[in-house]
Design a protein around this ligand. Structure first.
Ligand code: HEM
Length: 210
């Protein structure tokens, strides 16, 4: 803040001018404090796009798992509609992961909590595993379709076959997609338990993602 025009406190200002100056300085400090606090609070949150993608992907994964576990039962009465929706949503998720990683690499991320080093390591490993599986699960689904001789459409738009049709690999490719998906489900469960665990200890992690 600039000093008063009269010269400064104790050097030529009247008492009234001194009071004005001191009052203005206090107001400025309060304003600065609020600004610093809001910068601090905002820096503890993920970027708005990351928060939106996080919750959108949560909804999409829920749809994928529900469809994945039930669509086989509907195969006879409603051929392929649910399969096609499952595959299209899988491709959408894959595109969203790359967008998410791109935004993540270009924005600031909240610092890890000051928990014991071991817990920080577990959280980091689970997070890395989740990102890896978010990429591998859709790719293994794509491969499974192609290996069985089926194409993949993105909500009606035919996509190229990226993997060869191979009868001998059918069981193997199905098993890979199945086990990776359930490993991913286990990671999500650990992730949610971790968030709740911090929450009941008063660490408001959810604020970072909401
Ligand atoms: C499909 C389910 C979910 C997936 C795949 C998922 C994935 C992730 C990933 C990868 C991160 C790390 C973000 C990063 O640093 O880039 C994250 C953070 C977070 N997630 Fe989830 N999540 C899911 C469900 C949930 C649910 C249900 C909750 C709430 C109970 C939740 C709450 C959070 C919170 C609060 C953070 C921030 C943690 C921190 O700042 O350390 N997530 N999630």
């Amino acid at each position: 803040m600039t000093p008063p025009a009269c010269g400064g406190v104790g050097v030529g200002c009247t008492k009234i001018e001194e009071y004005h100056y001191i009052l203005k300085r206090r107001l400025d400090n309060a304003f600065e404090r609020r600004q610093i606090l809001s910068i601090f609070i905002n820096s503890m949150k993920y970027h708005p796009f990351l928060r939106a993608i996080h919750w959108l992907m949560f909804i999409l994964f829920t749809i994928l798992f529900v469809l994945g576990a039930t669509m086989i039962e509907f195969k006879e009465c409603e051929p392929w509609a649910r399969y096609n929706f499952h595959k299209s949503t899988g491709v959408l998720v894959l595109l969203l992961v790359f967008l998410r990683l791109l935004i993540r690499s270009r924005t600031s991320i909240p610092r890890p909590l000051t928990t014991p080093v071991l817990l920080q390591r577990v959280a980091r490993i689970v997070m890395l595993l989740m990102y890896t599986l978010m990429i591998l699960v859709p790719i293994s689904g794509y491969a499974l379709s192609n290996v069985h001789g089926y194409g993949v459409k993105f909500y009606g738009l035919p996509l190229p076959n990226l993997f060869p049709t191979h009868v001998a690999w059918e069981t193997f490719s199905s098993a890979i997609h199945f086990y990776l998906a359930y490993l991913f489900l286990i990671c999500i469960a650990i992730h949610i338990v971790g968030i709740i665990w911090h929450h009941v200890r008063g660490r408001e992690l959810l604020r970072r993602m909401s």
